[in-house]
Design a protein around this ligand. Structure first.
Ligand code: ASP
Length: 324
């Protein structure tokens, strides 16, 4: 009896301690895990966001790159982290494509995480090495079709946004090209600059600088409308690829079981960050759109993730692409 009461008291004390810790969150550095290499588009968003969340959280926010397997290694790392809010994940559309791409995925994106909120939507660009022969998108498509056995298409691994875009492109033009996976598109762009690969579909958050500097050739954007910062680039749709539209949405995830008070604190910090003039300007300069406050919530994030899993699952299954 006494033992039972002791256990009950200990248990109640632990609950109170956890709740006090949740209320006080954060008392130390918060880490945002990026599931791709440093210097790439997801990393760029994360580093800007980390800076903008530092002030509202009152603690330093750092970025850790845990790259590999199209973003699934980093997501697994956060799934297995302590559910206390000190390690969270910034991931993109790959959270919704991985379940269809991986037969053995170490996590369920919908049930192994607490959604914290959506943050930015980023268009992609089709780019190629600077000496690629095509002068415009239509010539690009013709050239790729005619030389499909010789060309290499870079991506950041199965489950990456660049992988999805490449898959959609090859299906749209009905040509299969050899794909070369990297651990992030920072590495893929380096290979493109070194002319070891031929083309790549990547977020504007990574390609804008290279396009403006003329170090790569750019052919089209994947958004429904042209991107204000790259006004000369046509959309895929206006270039004849009907229905080709893909936006790379990003969200923040905490491990399942993270206390609601902690998640709420992180969401509130993201809401403040989304209005930070430096963050907003940096994202706009890179062609990214910061979501409004109604999308930076756990509920909006969960609803979007569900809709995207339902959208991409059948597309990927139809393409017959998967990994064990
Ligand atoms: N842009 C990459 C992707 O294709 C990821 C990255 O390096 O941030 O998903």
């Amino acid at each position: 009896m006494i033992k039972g009461i002791r256990q009950l008291v200990a248990c109640a004390a632990a609950v109170v301690a956890a709740s006090v810790a949740a209320q006080a969150f954060p008392t130390r550095t918060v880490t945002i895990v990026v599931p791709f290499t440093a210097g790439g588009p997801t990393d760029t968003v994360a580093r800007s966001l980390a800076q903008a969340m530092t002030k509202p959280l009152g603690q330093t926010v750092i970025v850790e790159n845990v790259a590999g397997a199209g973003g699934t290694v980093g997501a697994t790392r956060v799934k297995n982290a302590a559910p206390d809010g000190y390690m969270v994940l910034l991931h993109h559309i790959g959270m919704s494509t991985a379940p269809a791409l991986y037969r053995k995925l170490a996590y369920n994106p919908q049930t192994d995480f607490e959604m914290v909120g959506l943050i930015v939507d980023v268009p992609m660009t089709m780019i190629a090495r600077s000496d690629f022969p095509a002068k415009n998108f239509s010539e690009f498509v013709t050239y790729v079709k005619a030389n499909k056995t010789k060309l290499n298409l870079a991506n950041a691994g199965l489950g990456a946004a660049s992988h999805l875009c490449g898959l959609m492109f090859m299906s749209a033009i009905d040509a299969d090209v050899t794909t070369v996976p990297f651990k992030g598109t920072a590495d893929a762009i380096n290979a493109l600059l070194g002319k070891q690969v031929d083309f790549l579909c990547d977020q504007t958050t990574n390609t804008t600088g290279q396009i403006k500097a003329g170090t790569v050739k750019a052919y089209a954007v994947t958004s429904a409308k042209r991107v204000p910062t790259l006004p000369n680039l046509p959309t895929m749709q206006e270039s004849g690829l009907q229905g080709f539209e893909v936006g790379i949405w990003h969200g923040v995830y905490a491990p399942k079981g993270t206390p609601k008070a902690v998640v709420d604190r992180l969401t509130a910090a993201m809401q403040v960050a989304a209005k930070d003039p430096d963050f907003v300007k940096r994202m706009a300069d890179l062609g990214a759109t910061v979501y409004g406050p109604d999308r930076i919530t756990p509920a909006a994030h969960a609803a979007h993730l569900k809709a995207e899993i339902e959208k991409w699952g059948p597309v990927i299954k139809k393409a017959g692409v998967f990994a064990d």
